[in-house]
Design a binder for this molecule. Structure first.
Ligand code: ASP
Length: 328
């Protein structure tokens, strides 16, 4: 009897919280990487557009919980109260980390409510400005000629930059040639690159476009299957496929998630706000200028995004395993 009463009370309080959501409490978007990096940037721009979409009354805050390739922040959200006030903005790492870590504290497909996909973002292979190579071909030769002397930075095991470096290094047989240096995000990694402490990185265009444009880093290639012909700055850079790495294709994406058990009325409200935010011309303009493509229509639906993440997990597993044969 006591147990039944407790269940009934819990149900009533969940329903009440769904009705009054978001109320005056802030909605925190956890970014599992350092502030100032590409995931953080997407989260901050999205938070502003979702606030507008919710009539300006919702108060969004962005919280950076960096470390271990995004898995620390993801664990935090998986364990948070399922009330819609703690969300996770993660990228392809949501699908890549299970293949890269022996043990993670959450199950991507079971421990979250999927709120929807946000965008797709190409990556760029970049180097510190002091590198002598100006073209991809020279860059690859330089890496091989300087085997053992160079570093490649990334945002932690399982991060997008790590995934890209694994795939690229194994494709050119250069894994032995470089020392890998992990950071809590590619914002600090970019600082190290700008300061010349690291030599190479592969990162989202949302983080690299402005640095390439101002000549503060050298760009060698884009990671997409097709050239970025629609992008003002990046249209002239070759794809890695064109440079002989047959079939190389890495486009990362972002999605928004809530802890499992968040009431459907709340997830619906958040998905509606996400859909509106993705149509906010201001958000679209800012993202497109940085090379990101906003997701539209069916792909924003929670079920479609969940199916997409499941497919990405299946696709990435053998790619990561193949690359790790060289890395280990
Ligand atoms: N770009 C990072 C990555 O490599 C994430 C970040 O710092 O936002 O996954």
């Amino acid at each position: 009897m006591k147990q039944l009463l407790a269940i009934a009370l819990a149900t009533v309080s969940l329903a009440a919280s769904a009705q009054s959501f978001p109320g005056s409490r802030p909605i925190s978007i956890v970014v599992p990487f350092a502030a100032g990096g590409p995931t953080d940037l997407v989260a901050r721009q999205l938070a502003e557009s979702m606030r507008k979409a919710m009539g300006g009354s919702a108060n969004f805050v962005v919280e950076n919980t960096a470390g271990a390739g995004g898995t620390i922040g993801a664990t935090k959200v998986a364990r948070a109260a399922p009330d819609g006030h703690t969300l996770l903005l993660f990228h392809i790492g949501m699908a890549a980390t299970p293949a890269l870590y022996k043990k993670i504290q959450y199950k991507p497909l079971e421990d979250f409510e999927f709120l929807g996909m946000v965008n797709e973002v190409p990556m760029t292979l970049i180097g510190k400005p002091q590198l002598p190579a100006n073209t991809y071909r020279d860059f690859e030769n330089y890496i091989k000629a300087n085997a053992g002397k160079l570093n490649i930075a990334h945002a932690g095991l399982g991060s997008a930059s790590h995934l890209c470096s694994l795939m690229w290094q194994s494709a050119v047989n250069a894994t032995e040639a470089m020392t890998t240096i992990p950071y809590g995000g590619t914002a600090p990694a970019m600082n190290a690159l700008l300061g010349g402490q690291v030599d190479v990185m592969c990162d989202q265009t949302t983080n690299t476009t402005q640095q390439i444009e101002s000549g503060r880093v050298k760009a060698y290639a884009v990671t997409t299957a097709k050239p970025l012909s629609g992008h003002k700055l990046l249209k002239d850079y070759p794809t890695l496929g064109e440079m002989g790495l047959k079939g190389f294709n890495l486009t990362i994406w972002h999605g928004l998630y809530a802890p499992k058990g968040t009431p459907p009325a709340v997830t619906k409200q958040l998905n509606d706000a996400l859909k509106l935010a993705l149509k906010d011309p201001d958000f679209v303009k800012k993202q497109e200028a940085l090379g990101a493509l906003i997701v539209t229509d069916n792909r924003v639906e929670p079920a479609a995004h969940k199916a997409f993440v499941a497919a990405e997990m299946a696709k990435l597993k053998p790619v990561i395993e193949a690359a790790r044969q060289f890395a280990d």
